[in-house]
Design a protein around this ligand. Sequence first.
Ligand code: RB5
Length: 147
Amino acid sequence: MKLGIAADHGGYELKTIIHKLLTSLGHEVKDFGAFSLDDKDDYPDFVVPLARAVAGQEVERGIAVCGSGVGASVVANKIPGARAALITDHFSAHQGVEDDDLNIICLGGRITGVMVAQELVQAFLDAKFSQAERHLRRLHKVIALEK
Ligand code: RB5
């Protein structure tokens, strides 16, 4: 899969680990930064370009990491076509894709441990949107709000 990844200083360490995991699994990864640890950087500067790339189908899905995952999800959802959520549990990691066509997983680098984060990303990537009529109906209602 062609994937995008982004993080601010709060998610920088976890991004580095997830990036390596994705590459080792054979995914093509476009990194939207940050490219060094800078306590003064701001998550919108990295997450917005990632969300635009996901919405524009330059990459298939995105992984956004900040300290809590909250700011990343808030800003990513400002971009039409981006469907981002802060994920902390395995069920939501796959159900968010299956039912809601989630295309960006947001993680808290200061909240979620490395092994759990890796499992969440794996569950997110393994999942596919169900295309069920009721889920398509709900998705179209969400998309209508962006117009
Ligand atoms: C940065 O210190 C921190 O506020 C940010 O990474 C994130 O947690 C925001 O939601």
